[in-house]
Design a protein around this ligand. Structure first.
Ligand code: ZN
Length: 405
């Protein structure tokens, strides 16, 4: 690890504000923070040095971007398509899953991802990992964990959580948080619909919790100082979740335009996880009906993303990594490319994976490469034109001025 204190010459700078990429810019980095950003005077390089700090890191052949964040992962599960392994990892004990979590952490860092929000697992292993690790596990990935998600008895969600049983949702949250005392998770995860059908296009499932149940749950979580992230597909489950005051809607397939407007009005984040449907399509037999439905589901989600862009919905890149065919680390670039396919500019798609996810994860000091923010960034050896296809070719990662990769 080396600590960089000096000036960095970026061939291209995509700063995470949504502004157009800038050619040949200098980032001045002091004590892990960005102190100045200005155009390079390439005819006279000396101008780019300052007298008391004669260090210039020449990355003129690189694109410099804020480090990525993935707002929806499942660290305890891998994206493998091997059905035997998928079954095994659901039943395995903590000691067996711990190295799996650590492997995924490394995969995130090597892909330039510095923070993730975990959407929960049935056994609460990610929560346990975070507690035992105390944040000093030799890596620098920030994990916002959910513990185990909440669902209604008999409904979808066992994979990532457990049922409230006889309790009301708010009481179940209160009991658990009181029991955990000071070691509470970073957010509450609630499952408030089913999953998308691969047999019937746009089939909606009923909500698991009604508006009153969700509202009291959001208030209860707020009493413990944490937000609610909610798995919701379809018009009614999403509407309930937004109106209840949830911080983010996860997936939101087939939620409809009215819900996009509601989210824009209330500032609710949307994490579309479009890459999950792309992976399904790729994994399924292409000649079958399910692959065709998966493609239609994906196309519909891209249309919703396009409408969200026009309505001003704040979107964050989340991949649902750990679900079938969605691989930790690599999936972030895939999701960014899908946002671009849906009509976002490259720069705005990058905002979704940097500044927006940083805000959603409560990491406002990072996510943008502007003065006053942390010098947490990646370098990709690429020109701007090929950046989209090279997003996974992260050659260097700096966290607060420290070179990690
Ligand atoms: Zn998930």
């Amino acid at each position: 690890m080396s600590y960089f204190n000096g000036n960095l010459l970026a061939g291209w700078l995509v700063d995470g504000t949504g502004d157009s990429a800038k050619k040949n810019f200098v980032l001045e980095i002091r004590k892990g923070m960005i102190s100045r950003v200005y155009p390079a005077k390439l005819n006279n390089r000396k101008e780019d040095f300052i007298p008391d700090n004669p260090h210039l890191l020449d990355l003129s052949k690189y694109c410099i971007l804020p480090a990525f964040m993935d707002a929806h992962v499942h660290l305890s599960m891998s994206g493998t398509t091997d059905s035997v392994w998928r079954q095994y990892q659901l039943k395995a004990g903590f000691e067996e899953i711990k190295p799996v979590i650590e492997k995924h952490i490394r995969e995130h860092l090597t892909h330039g991802i510095v923070a993730v929000r975990d959407g929960g697992d049935h056994s609460g292993y990610v929560y346990r990992y975070v507690q035992e690790d105390h944040g000093t596990n030799g890596n620098r990935l920030i994990i916002r964990n959910s513990g185990r998600a909440w669902k209604k008895p008999g409904r979808y969600g066992r994979l990532v959580g457990r049922s409230v049983g006889e309790e009301t949702l708010d009481k179940a949250i209160e009991k658990e948080m009181t029991c955990l005392n000071s070691n509470i998770p970073d957010q509450v995860k609630v499952i408030n619909s089913g999953i998308n059908s691969l047999k019937t296009f746009s089939k909606e499932t009923p909500e698991q919790f009604n508006l009153d149940e969700m509202r009291t749950a959001v208030n209860m979580a707020a009493n413990f100082g944490i937000p609610v992230m909610v798995h919701a597909n379809g018009r009614t489950p999403v509407q309930i979740s937004i109106e209840a005051g949830c911080r983010s809607i996860e997936h939101g397939f087939f939620m409809g335009e009215d819900n996009l407007k509601r989210m824009a009005d209330r500032g609710t984040f949307w994490v579309p996880t479009a890459v999950t449907m792309k992976s399904y399509r790729e994994q399924l037999d292409n000649s079958g009906q399910e692959a065709a439905i998966a493609q239609k589901n994906l196309d519909h989600q891209l249309l919703q993303i396009s409408m969200a862009k026009d309505s001003g919905v704040r979107m964050a890149v989340g991949t649902d990594s750990g679900s079938l065919g969605v691989h930790h680390g690599a999936a972030v670039a895939e999701e960014i490319r899908l946002l671009i396919q849906a009509g976002l500019t490259l720069e705005n798609a990058i905002v979704c994976a940097t500044a927006n996810s940083a805000e959603l994860l409560g990491l406002k000091q990072t996510g943008q490469l502007i003065p006053g923010k942390e010098a947490t960034f990646i370098a990709i050896k690429s020109n701007l034109k090929n950046l989209q296809e090279n997003l996974n070719q992260v050659e260097k990662l700096f966290i607060k001025g420290n070179q990690i990769i």
